[in-house]
Design a binder for this molecule. Structure first.
Ligand code: ZN
Length: 237
């Protein structure tokens, strides 16, 4: 039999649901009322893929990379709503430009003669981040593209929040954060991420995977932040 406490807590839940339904929704990109993502913001999510090569100054290894868009409004607002405000409803729209970058990297690998299975790998979410959000944004994005990421990396230690750090500090902060799981020798991998700032996370993923014997073909990224993205990029002439 339902106790009075259960009954009251169930009433509270229903009240919270009703409140959530009554709250006005606004566009994740521009804030326009009554739209989850307005037409204009949705139409702005068009990939104009560009190619770069990231360069690891320590190992001297290169990482081919395709990105779909530069991080500017309204994309940055939509990404913020998706990653930090629980707006998972925009995953599908964000996955469209990401898909174009993933396809570009995939085609490049195939054209270079890579055969066999290619694994899609994303930077692992920290436990704290996952607990806080209840989902991993990049896993949700890649799934919205129609691909299930393969878990080939794990986190070895906690790291400082990257957003407070400068470029070189980010590289030092990331170094050795990931380790490849056993049995990945010879696996072909393409890395995927949502936002790239300095490339420190992507390069650390590549380092760990290569140390484990995987063949890292390159990376595909939804958005990169041009103002912070400096000497590690090398444009192909
Ligand atoms: Zn909008």
């Amino acid at each position: 039999m339902t106790s009075l406490t259960d009954f009251i807590s169930s009433l509270k839940e229903h009240a919270a649901d009703a409140l959530a339904l009554a709250l006005p929704i606004s566009c994740a990109g521009c804030g326009m009322l009554d739209r989850n993502l307005c037409l204009s913001c949705r139409d702005s999510l068009v990939a104009t893929v560009q190619y770069r090569e990231l360069f690891d100054e320590t190992s001297l290894e290169r990482l081919p990379l395709w990105y779909a868009m530069e991080l500017a409004e309204p994309l940055s607002g939509i990404v913020h709503a998706f990653k930090d405000q629980g707006r998972t409803s925009v995953a599908k729209a964000l996955s469209e430009p990401l898909r174009v970058a993933m396809k570009a990297m995939y085609s490049q690998a195939r054209e270079a003669g890579v055969t066999g299975e290619i694994c899609w790998v994303v930077p692992p979410s920290s436990r704290a981040g996952f607990r806080q959000r209840g989902y991993s944004p990049i896993v949700e994005l890649v799934k919205a593209v129609g691909v299930t990421p393969t878990k080939l990396l794990r986190i070895t230690r906690t790291r400082a929040d990257q957003s407070t750090l400068g470029r070189m500090e980010r590289f030092h902060n990331m170094r050795g954060v990931y380790r490849a799981r056993d049995g990945i020798k010879g696996k072909n991998v393409i890395l995927v991420d949502d936002v790239m700032t300095t490339g420190a996370t992507m390069l650390e993923c590549a380092r760990a995977l290569r140390a484990g014997g995987a063949v890292v073909l390159g990376a595909a990224v939804l958005a990169y932040t041009p103002k912070n993205f400096q000497d590690t990029r090398r444009e192909i002439a």
